[in-house]
Write a protein that binds this ligand. Structure first.
Ligand code: PCA
Length: 160
């Protein structure tokens, strides 16, 4: 990759449905969405609460650093187009917000990566089981937006 291209890449950490073998991974591999390149597996340097919320089983990383676990996920380099597509999927900034956090790889390298998180949430979400790693399962199946209740704004789901 040329230097001029690589400096435009954004480094993103995914911990939820965007991971390999999870329901939204196809967003990262769809060439029409732009370019993504797997970098490494890693986990957050800081602990965060990761819960599964709403009746649609959506993974939420809540903005309460220090609470919960070091969250496991995958690092990708993405181009500007892919980054904008991920923002679209996560409905940034209306649903998920994003910020840069330090991610530690299994080889003990540290990278600054963008991750999506929920900044405003009902406190009772913190009473749910705090996960270190997300996996979609049949018992708790994730629902894509297309099958969700269209009469409610996405953010309203945080209250269910
Ligand atoms: N997608 C993003 C944030 C939560 C989700 O399901 C991710 O996988 O990191």
């Amino acid at each position: 990759m040329s230097a001029s291209l690589s400096h435009q890449l954004k480094r993103v950490f995914v911990y939820g449905t965007l991971k390999r073998n999870e329901p939204n991974h196809h967003w990262l591999t769809n060439k029409e969405n732009g370019v993504s390149r797997f970098v490494a597996k890693g986990s957050t340097l800081i602990k965060f609460p990761l819960v599964i919320g709403t009746r649609y089983n959506i993974p939420f990383l809540l903005n309460k650093p220090g609470v919960g676990h070091h969250i496991e996920g995958e690092i990708y380099d993405v181009d500007e187009l892919m980054f904008s597509k991920l923002d679209e999927l996560e409905e940034y900034p209306n649903y998920y917000d994003r910020e840069q956090q330090t991610i530690v790889t299994e080889q003990n390298n540290q990278f600054q990566c963008w991750l999506y998180l929920i900044r405003k949430y009902p406190e009772r979400l913190l009473e749910k089981p705090l996960l270190s790693s997300y996996h979609n399962t049949e018992e708790q199946a994730y629902s894509e937006r297309s099958v969700r209740d269209p009469s409610l704004p996405a953010k309203a789901d945080l209250n269910y």
